[in-house]
Design a binder for this molecule. Structure first.
Ligand SMILES: Cc1cc2nc3c(=O)[nH]c(=O)nc-3n(C[C@H](O)[C@H](O)[C@H](O)COP(=O)(O)OP(=O)(O)OC[C@H]3O[C@@H](n4cnc5c(N)ncnc54)[C@H](O)[C@@H]3O)c2cc1C
Length: 385
């Protein structure tokens, strides 16, 4: 059947080999540690070095800067296998798909050479700090400031909900270099956490799901960084840089949502084939078959749409509204599909020992981060004029 044999149109033999290697790596090297990572609220630091040594970090960064020399498809394959193995708490999507491309696209040559090789080996872990206690969706309202003082910037402010915050060696901070301006006053400044006095990590926040992912508060109190850490050569470019990169980030979230739908259906089918009620398999109830038919349809619709978005991204055509459609629809469907799949598990679905239970808790945030789904609809709505 087409569904079972569906292949993404952008997949080739090299990527299939990468996929097999990634599957083995995450199953063998990460999965055995996952329960421990969940209970401690973060992955072990050495997971980063292991992933780097195996070539799974910065796959889309040119080899000149230590990366894998691939493109967004390579990142996709690695990300998909990570999620399929159930170890999505490893913050590589932020590190490799968001932070590294910022440095590559907007950094100066000196910045790229200084930071990207370390990110590719896992020696440096990356984070991006946009959200603040008082503002998330409204990025223009950030209050963190970066004021030029001679050869340095002095950063003051606080950030929250920052993925990789506990391990981060490099934090791309969204700050106002000119607080009198709105979007035009925003710049991205890289804070090297090991050598920046005034930088402090706050709590690793406890959350509903994605428990092995560290999500932190970060504080900057007269935090001094060299002026050379401004991303790019000019102040005031930050908002534009963010807007250009966000479609890629949103597509990546949409892709992870599709993988989650596919995985939820797979494990639910296994369950309902085994589970008996009223003398028959749960799968044999018409309701179960109808629910799974709907889920399967939605997963395939999502899969084909995100694949088309990958093709548009690769030839430079993926725009903000289309990426928003992918992010909003796929994450909405992920939550619905995972909920239906949990229901088909009965009480077992609510138990931690069943994967579907964790998937349910992990799914919820997908509608919130990377721009909430309401903001996605705003962006789509703007195309109406
Ligand atoms: C697990 C996790 C990881 C995260 N990782 C990061 C990270 O690495 N870096 C980072 O910077 N941030 C991160 N975030 C933050 C995330 O991006 C924000 O939570 C998100 O953008 C929403 O911002 P907010 O929480 O301030 O909500 P608010 O902006 O206060 O929104 C509250 C509600 O109002 C709605 N709303 C706001 N504006 C509008 C509007 N114009 N129209 C209609 N409705 C609106 C929202 O949709 C939402 O429902 C993370 C969050 C979580 C939970």
């Amino acid at each position: 059947m087409l569904y079972e044999n569906y292949q993404s149109p952008w997949l080739d033999d090299e990527l299939r080999i990468l996929r097999d290697a990634a599957t083995r790596f995450f199953e063998q090297e990460f999965k055995p540690h996952n329960a421990q990572w969940i209970s401690q609220g973060k992955v072990d630091r050495e997971a980063w070095n292991k992933a780097g040594a195996a070539g799974f970090l910065c796959a889309a960064i040119p080899t000149d800067y230590g990366g894998g020399g691939g493109d967004f498809r390579h990142e996709t394959v690695i990300m998909e296998e990570m999620h399929r193995a159930g170890v999505g708490g490893f913050g590589n999507q932020v590190h490799s798909t968001i932070v590294a491309p910022y440095l590559l696209r907007y950094g100066t040559e000196e910045q790229r050479r200084r930071w990207l090789p370390g990110m590719a080996t896992g020696e440096l872990v990356g984070a991006i700090a946009m959200t603040e206690p008082d503002t998330g969706s409204d990025l223009q309202a950030v209050r963190t400031t970066a004021v030029r003082d001679g050869d340095e910037y002095v950063i003051n402010g606080s950030k929250t909900y920052i993925t990789n915050g506990q391990h981060a060696d490099l934090v791309v901070v969204v700050a106002k270099t000119d607080p009198t301006q709105g979007a035009r006053g925003i710049s991205l400044v890289v804070v090297e956490t090991g050598s920046s006095p005034g930088f402090q990590r706050g709590r690793n926040l406890k959350k509903l799901g994605q428990k092995s992912a560290d999500t932190s508060e970060l504080f900057f109190q007269d935090c001094r960084v060299p002026a050379a850490n401004l991303l790019g050569a000019q102040e005031g470019q930050g908002f534009m840089q963010l807007m250009k990169q966000l479609p890629e980030e949103r597509l990546s979230i949409a892709q992870s949502a599709v993988v989650a739908m596919e995985r939820a259906i797979e494990i639910t089918l296994e369950f309902v084939r085994e589970r008996k009620a009223f003398g028959q398999r749960v799968l044999d109830f018409q309701n179960s078959r109808f629910k799974l038919a709907e889920c399967k349809t939605e997963a395939l619709v999502g899969r084909t749409f995100v694949d088309q978005c990958v093709l548009w991204l690769l030839d430079g055509r993926l725009d903000a509204a289309t990426a928003s459609m992918a992010k909003y629809w796929c994450t909405q469907k992920q939550c619905e599909v995972v909920d239906e799949c949990l229901q088909l598990h009965g009480g077992a679905g609510y138990m931690d020992e069943y994967e579907i239970s964790r998937m349910y808790a992990d799914a919820r945030v997908q509608k919130i981060y990377g721009g909430t789904n309401e903001i996605m609809k705003e962006l789509i709505g703007r195309t109406f004029g």
